[in-house]
Design a protein around this ligand. Structure first.
Ligand SMILES: [Zn+2]
Length: 169
């Protein structure tokens, strides 16, 4: 369910499935950890609920930060993947009075094969006990909205569908 901050072994990259070419939209996970309060969950809601893809499985719209509307990556540069083993990421907005980091499980991701495919992104701190690094908005630096495994070459970058938004023209 949640990551182990004291863990010593790196998690392997979760297996992927559903690298589909279908036009069926995948629903983003709504699972949260049991310690997540309704108020915190509401504050962290607001990302895209559905991954809209092209016939080729790429993102149909430009993806933006849901806090500052900065462009994260343009339409067509990412592929949608659904992890068979959801990954736990810290919530983007943590309650001020919480003694622990609250996380939620994410399974629906946009995958990018090159950091140069991002319009704006910041590589943030390491995920404790792993070789994973967090990704955050390159403008407002609120995150994490995704991750990559620094031990895997070439890098593959994963952005949680539910933590970003489609650009609204
Ligand atoms: Zn931002």
């Amino acid at each position: 369910m949640s990551s182990n901050p004291e863990g010593t072994s790196a998690r392997s990259l979760p297996a992927l499935e559903n690298e589909s070419e279908s036009t069926t939209a995948a629903t983003a996970p709504t699972t949260t950890t049991s310690t997540t309060s309704t108020a915190v969950a509401n504050a962290n809601a607001g990302g895209s609920a559905v991954a809209r893809t092209t016939d080729a499985g790429h993102n149909a719209a430009t993806i933006v930060c849901r806090f500052c509307q900065c462009k994260v990556f343009l339409a067509g540069v990412a592929s949608h993947v659904a992890l068979t083993d959801p990954i736990s990421l810290p919530l983007m907005l943590q309650p001020k009075d919480s003694p622990t980091v609250i996380e939620s499980l994410e399974a629906s991701f946009w995958r990018l094969g090159n950091q140069m495919d991002f319009e704006n992104v910041t590589v943030a701190r390491n995920m404790p006990g792993t070789t994973f690094k967090y990704l955050a908005c390159g403008a407002c630096e609120i995150g994490p909205f995704g991750y990559f495994d620094n031990a895997v070459q070439p890098h593959q970058f994963f952005v949680a569908v539910g933590r970003v938004q489609e650009h609204q023209p």
